[in-house]
Design a protein around this ligand. Structure first.
Ligand SMILES: [Zn+2]
Length: 159
């Protein structure tokens, strides 16, 4: 499934996983407040797959909500196994990485002209393409941190 076909909502305990899914271009809501009833209610309202390690979900939630919820229980306790699990289960396309989403806010990034400020001069000199998150205002570019993350993904997922 490509990033346009599926959306996720990660349990508060899975925020690192959420960040890596965003790096792959997938919409994955997450946050410290997002767990239990609130997590599932929001996921149902926004048609998202819930990712959680909480095996007691079914017992804790109202039955009517469970009927409408899509919940994927994550077996692995840590990365990168968690990411591999999600990629395999949903046939995600990790190579579809398009640098499209703010890693922190999950907002779609917008490509922008070279910024006049807010980015270090050496970066402005080196890079030609910039993106900005409309929510937090951070600038992104395909710098060494992005290249390192992609190398890591290649190892983890053997792309
Ligand atoms: Zn942001």
């Amino acid at each position: 499934m490509n990033p346009g076909d599926i959306r996720f909502s990660a349990d508060a305990m899975l925020q690192s996983l959420a960040k890596w899914l965003r790096l792959l271009g997938y919409d994955c809501a997450s946050g410290g407040e997002l767990h239990g009833l609130k997590l599932v209610e929001q996921a149902v309202a926004e048609r998202r797959w819930v990712l959680s390690r909480n095996r007691r979900f079914a017992a804790e939630l109202p039955h009517f909500l469970l009927l409408h919820a899509d919940i994927a229980l994550i077996a692995s306790g840590r990365l990168p196994a968690q990411l591999r699990e999600v990629v395999q289960r949903f046939s995600l396309e990790p190579a579809a990485f398009r640098f499209t989403r703010c890693l922190l806010c999950n907002e779609p990034l917008v490509q922008v002209p070279k910024p006049g400020q807010g980015v270090a001069p050496e970066v402005l000199e080196r890079e030609d393409q910039f993106w900005r998150c409309p929510h937090c205002g951070r600038f992104f570019w395909k710098g060494s941190h992005v290249r390192r993350s992609i190398e890591k993904l290649n190892q983890w997922l053997t792309l």
